[in-house]
Every structure is written in C-alpha cells, then in structure tokens.
Design a binder for this molecule. Structure first.
Ligand code: UDP
Ligand code: MN
Length: 315
C-alpha cells in the first residue's frame, strides 16, 4: 500500500512541535525504554520526511540492528519531551534535558497527574514552539501523521484537537467558593489517546494553567488532568474541542481501522495491558510489530482484549 504524503498547508518543521510524554518511575523500564527504541528515536527521521517507503524498507534491517546496538547514539529527540517523577540515569543519557523530572509525586492520583500536566504546560510555553501535544507512555505516535494533521490548522488560531473521551459532554460541578458551586458541561479529549493545543489557545489558558495554577483549576472541578484541559478550553474560554478520529487510545478496538488507513492514524495504543497487569515481553513484541507494520503500511496484530478496570472512559 503506497504511503501518500499529503501536502502541508502550514509547513511544520522539527522544532515547531512540543510532544510531551507523561510517564512515571514504575514504567521507565517496561514502557519508556520501548518508546525510546521506537517512535521517540524516529522523530527526526520522520520529521525530515519525504523518504519513500522503499528507501525505508532498504534501511530497515540496518536500523533494527542499530536499535539493539547502542541506544545512546540515537539523538533524534528534537520534539519529544518526557515528563516523569524520578531521576533516571539511563533515560537521561539518551534524552538529556528532554527528560524532565517534574518532582511531582509518583502516586496515581488527581493531584500528582495534574501536577505533571502543569509542568508540561509551563515547559511548552517556555519553549516558544507552535504546538503542544500530550501523550501517555503507552501510546505509539506517528510523527508524520501528527505533523500532517496539525498542518491543516494554524498555530495562532484557537485549536484544541483530540478524541472526545465520551459520546456526550461531561457534567462537572464547578466549585467557585466554599458556598458557591454550579454545574458545567463540556467536551474533553481523552489524554490516553493524545491531544494537541495550538500556541494561540495555550497562551489564552495562562490564567488557569500557568505556574501551578492548573492544579487549583483541576481541584475546582475535582476531575483528572485531561478533563481539566477541556474545562479550561471549552467551559472557561469557549474554545470547542475539534474532534479528531485519528487519535486512538487502548479503550478502542483498533482492528476496526481499515488497513489502508493505518498509516494516517496519529496515535495508537502501543502497549497492551491485560487485567490491569502489564506484560513487558508481549508489549515489546507487539510494539515492534506496530512499528514494522507502520513501515509496511499493513497491520496484523492480534490484539488482546483490553479488559482492565471497567472504567467510565475518563482517562
Ligand atoms: N502515570 C503517572 N503516575 C502514576 C501512574 C500512571 O504519571 O502513578 C501515567 C502513566 O505513565 C501514563 C498515564 O499516567 O502515561 C496513564 O497511566 P496508565 O496507562 O497506567 O493508566 P490508564 O491509561 O489505564 O488510566
Ligand atoms: Mn494507559
């Protein structure tokens, strides 16, 4: 299946994107290592773009073996920043200052997660880049597709792009003071599938997001970090979520995507879980498979049903 390159309407260079990956201490070996060997390392190669898949095919064997050789030789991390909660010598060697120790707690609670989002936001603002995209560490990002998707928008417009988490707006209770609260409805993009904000919108979010204020905003509605982004964009600023079906999380069944459409998808669950337990060997195997499939434009993955935690689809 030929890989078709869509012409860029607002051509995006390597340093226009800021992709923030959220991770945590316990996932450094089982998840982060895998990302460093796959799509994070390939960011620059793909950003340079325009290599035909035939050229890629020829170099594939060589590339696969160099992945195994010396990971520290990979220096293609121009757009990807990893936000975690601990120091990590191995990841630091590879990522340099693109590994950001947020000093947030390593707990999986609302405060800890919105603490990370708050640090991601500040780092993006400081970077001066055009687009902020957030992904989890169990996601595979197709940099080419991401760039081509973003290039149909302008970074100075108000753009909030992602996959709606629910099929209706979420109803939240906004607590304005200890006595005053009222209900608010808004759409939000699920963090697990990845979402993007234009710089224009991100700057408008400053009063509710910068320098840690994001955490108090999250407390105001007592919802997770990705909901809080939707709350600020839609409910506070009136900027609606632009739904994009090219972002995917592990809450979906990816086998429904036609093979010919696969290479256009922006993000995919790169790591699978069963009953809430990670399976590192299986992850490794499947993620390699995903990367290879993407190169070939085909997919033949036997997805394990994602059955962990019967959640409301909030994360
Ligand atoms: N995460 C985190 N701190 C934790 C647990 C998870 O920062 O204590 C991050 C994790 O690295 C991932 C995201 O939160 O990027 C979602 O975690 P996970 O995939 O385990 O949960 P789910 O997607 O099922 O909510
Ligand atoms: Mn996940």
């Amino acid at each position: 299946i030929p890989r078709t390159l869509t012409p860029l309407r607002h051509s995006l260079g390597e340093s226009d994107l800021f992709v923030a990956v959220k991770t945590t201490r316990k996932y450094h070996r089982s998840r982060l290592d895998l990302l460093l060997r796959t799509w994070i390392s390939r960011s620059r190669e793909q950003a340079n773009g325009n290599r035909s898949r035939y050229t890629e095919k020829k170099t594939r064997n060589h590339r696969t073996s160099s992945i195994n050789q010396n990971i520290s030789e990979w220096k293609f991390f121009l757009q990807t920043y990893v936000f975690t909660d601990t120091e990590d010598e191995k990841a630091r060697k590879i990522l340099g200052d693109r590994l950001i120790n947020t000093n947030c707690s390593a707990a999986h609670n609302r405060q800890a997660l919105s603490c990370k989002m708050s640090v991601e936001y500040d780092a993006f603002i400081k970077s001066g880049r055009k687009w902020f995209c957030h992904v989890d560490d169990d996601n595979y990002v197709n940099n080419n597709a991401l760039r081509s998707t973003l290039s149909s928008f302008h970074h100075s417009q108000d753009v909030y792009l992602g996959r709606p988490s629910l099929d209706r707006p979420i109803e939240a209770v906004e607590r304005l003071s200890s006595r005053v609260s009222h209900s608010v409805n808004f759409w939000f993009a699920t963090g697990g599938a990845g979402f993007c904000l234009s710089r224009g919108l991100a700057l408008k979010m400053t009063p509710w997001a910068s320098s840690g204020v994001f955490m108090s905003t999250a407390e105001r509605i007592r919802l997770p970090d990705d909901c809080t982004v939707g709350y600020i964009a839609e409910a506070l600023l009136g900027v609606p979520l632009t739904p994009c079906a090219l972002f995917h999380s592990h809450l979906e069944n990816l086998q429904q995507i036609p093979l010919a459409e696969l290479h256009r998808q922006v993000s995919k669950p790169g790591i699978l879980q069963r009953s809430g337990v990670d399976c590192p060997n299986r992850e490794e195997e499947l993620s390699r498979h995903l990367v290879d499939s993407l190169d070939e434009g085909t997919i033949h993955i036997n997805y394990l049903p994602y059955s962990s935690r019967n959640k409301s689809g909030l994360t």
